[in-house]
Ligand binder design. Structure first.
Ligand code: GDP
Ligand code: MG
Length: 594
């Protein structure tokens, strides 16, 4: 058996749609009443809570569990929306070892539920689904803190089948997202199928089951990931940089490997050169409480992974949320600075010379956003952490291509001066998309691209010279020359004034000066029409004669667009006329308009 002392606490991220019960669930697990103290009952900041094994064992009411699981406890991270998960990076991967996705069983899947699943899939993070708020099911008979099987038995048959139906919907949605899943007590192999645990964060029903399944997942996680340990130099991720009274800028850090001591030299990622500083104080919340609710922090000398800890040190102002923190000593300092630099650079993507600009609130969310946009083959010119500044909008306004004079903002604000700029003439070509759901941003951008392309196509459509074929009718020569005026029938496509015409052998004959139908001047004539045509530059009897077949002499550039870009949108007689025309042109030059 592995030495228990050196095993670090697994990190569990709680995800899911807003109001589905993440904070309440953690609250229940902790047995405190944090939710009621929250402004608007919405999690504003990231907090981490360590729940020691003893507390879990007590909740489960079975002391034998203490020996069955090596896990020292669980470190829960409550996330505002789903964003923290992407903030929580470790070496390009996810920081969380495990996750809980909370779904309101009465509401079903919502945008952030889907997004959570996508992120977990991408990082291959093991997780469970909590089908929360079962107590809201009509006729539910609550049984405080009871395991699911026991409380389920106490429900009426009707309530049981109501719950089962809701669970089937959840399982069906998971299936659509590419996950095999079942009610957790029907899952035989948690490596093959996800467990869906019916629970209520308010009554506590099913919560023992959640803890049991998590411990099982944690145990297996530890068995296969023993490279993380509680010894060695500390490695962590910055969650948030905050001003604290009397301390200046502090960094809330999740330490996921090794130890960190007061007085240690640490290297922390920033947008510029990595910060090198000495830890002035380590501040830890008490167990069973959260960083954000501690007004007075407890100073400690040393912390051991995994923990959430606040660091006070000089020069933290520029530290980045999502950036790595590493403990260094004299010998390793240079190497570690390089390492931190390269970890930050990993996120800076290879930017294209043309493309959109992306701004996001943290390194992790920027990385996720870039990943998703690249997957959709959207070129990215610049990707940065931070709000949308005046400089950004000015920069984007110089991009001419409407597809790329675009700013994509994820969970960021638009500065007042940038708003002003966008409303002015100079900024009118800039398109800004902001949202806090990644796939919404992708959808919005794609829809915009589609619209722009349709617009561009329409423009091409209007200006492009179209194919046309016509015949000079016998007995309809009204004037010999300067210009020649003849009666014609349009046999295919369309003829327009001011376009050049040629014979079937490819010889150019002149330009259509005017068209008349029943004495009226017209600008174009469609297939089937008989009209009078004035042709400048041709003489009847010399270049042209009665019963000649002529074509609109489509310029090469236009022919290319017709054949390669808008062919499908041409009518069938236009298509046929174009093909005949191209055949003539390519007799002389096989590469014409290719
Ligand atoms: P979060 O945004 O996901 O953190 O959601 P909260 O934990 O803040 O919960 C949102 C609301 O749903 C609060 O009013 C909770 O009291 C309520 N709620 C959460 N879980 C349950 C549950 O299991 N049953 C019932 N009836 N209400 C719940
Ligand atoms: Mg919350």
């Amino acid at each position: 058996m592995t030495d228990k002392k050196n095993l670090r606490t697994p990190i569990v991220c709680v995800m899911g749609h807003v109001d589905h019960g993440k904070t309440t669930l953690l609250d229940k697990i902790r047995g405190t009443a944090i939710v009621s103290g929250e402004a608007g009952a919405i999690t504003q900041h990231i907090g981490a809570t360590e729940v020691p094994m003893d507390v879990i064992v007590e909740k489960l009411g079975d002391p034998k569990l203490r020996d069955r699981f090596m896990v020292p406890g669980l470190l829960f991270i409550d996330t505002p929306g789903h964003h923290a998960f992407t903030t929580l990076r470790s070496r390009g991967g996810a920081l969380a070892d495990l996750a809980i996705v909370v779904v309101d069983v009465n509401e079903g899947f919502k945008p952030q539920t889907y997004e959570s699943l996508q992120i977990l899939k991408r990082f291959k993070t093991p997780f469970v689904i909590v089908a929360n708020k079962v107590d809201r099911i009509n006729g539910w008979n609550p049984n405080r803190d009871m395991p699911f099987a026991a409380t389920f038995k106490k429900q009426s048959e009707q309530v049981q089948s109501l719950l089962d139906n809701r669970l089937y919907e959840v399982i069906g949605e998971l299936y659509n997202q590419g996950f095999a899943a079942d009610r957790y007590d029907r899952v035989t192999n948690f490596q093959k199928a996800l467990g869906v645990i019916p629970a209520s964060a308010v009554t506590g029903e099913g919560i023992p089951d959640v803890l049991m399944v998590l411990l099982g997942l944690a145990q297996r996680f530890l068995e296969s990931n023993l490279e993380y340990s509680a010894t060695g130099p500390g490695v962590g991720t910055v969650l948030e940089v905050k001003e604290e009274k009397g301390l200046g800028a502090t960094a809330d850090v999740i330490l996921y490997d090794g130890t960190l001591k007061k007085g240690d030299t640490v290297v922390i990622g920033s947008l510029g050169e990595p910060i090198q500083t000495k830890v002035r104080a380590l501040l830890k919340p008490r167990e069973l409480s959260e960083i954000r609710y501690e007004s007075k922090f407890r100073q400690i000398k040393k912390v051991t992974a995994a923990v959430g800890v606040k660091i006070s040190a000089p020069g933290l102002d520029d530290a980045l949320a999502g950036a790595p923190l590493r403990v260094a000593d004299e010998e390793t300092l240079e190497e570690i600075v390089e390492q931190v630099k390269s970890e930050i650079d990993e996120v800076r993507i290879d930017t294209d010379s043309m493309g959109v600009m992306i701004k996001a609130d943290t390194i992790g969310s920027l990385e996720a956003l870039v990943h998703e946009f690249q997957k959709e083959e959207v070129p990215i010119r610049k990707a940065e952490v931070g709000d949308i500044s005046h400089r950004d909008v000015v920069e984007v306004s110089t991009v001419e291509d409407p597809l790329y004079s675009v700013l994509i903002g994820f969970n960021v604000k638009l500065h007042a001066d940038s708003k002003e700029f966008l409303q002015g003439a100079q900024g009118s070509n800039v398109k800004v998309f902001t949202n806090d759901v990644i796939y919404r941003l992708i959808e919005d951008y794609q829809e915009y691209v589609k619209k722009q392309q349709e617009l561009a196509e329409k423009k091409i459509f209007e200006t492009i010279i179209r194919p046309g074929r016509f015949k000079i009718l016998p007995g309809c020569v009204f004037r010999q020359s300067k210009p020649a005026v003849v009666g014609v029938r349009v046999l295919g496509g369309v003829v327009r004034t001011n376009t050049d015409v040629m014979l079937e052998n490819g010889n150019a004959v002149g330009k259509i000066k005017g068209l008349q139908s029943a004495g009226d001047n017209i600008s174009s004539a469609r297939v089937g029409m008989e009209v009078a045509m004035a042709i400048d530059g041709a003489t009847v009897g010399r270049q042209i004669k009665e019963e000649d077949y002529l074509f609109v002499n489509v310029p090469e550039r236009h022919a290319k667009v017709l054949e390669h870009e808008i062919f499908e949108s041409l009518s069938s007689d236009e298509q046929e006329t174009l093909e005949r025309f191209l055949e003539i042109k390519r007799k002389g030059n096989p590469f014409w308009a290719k």
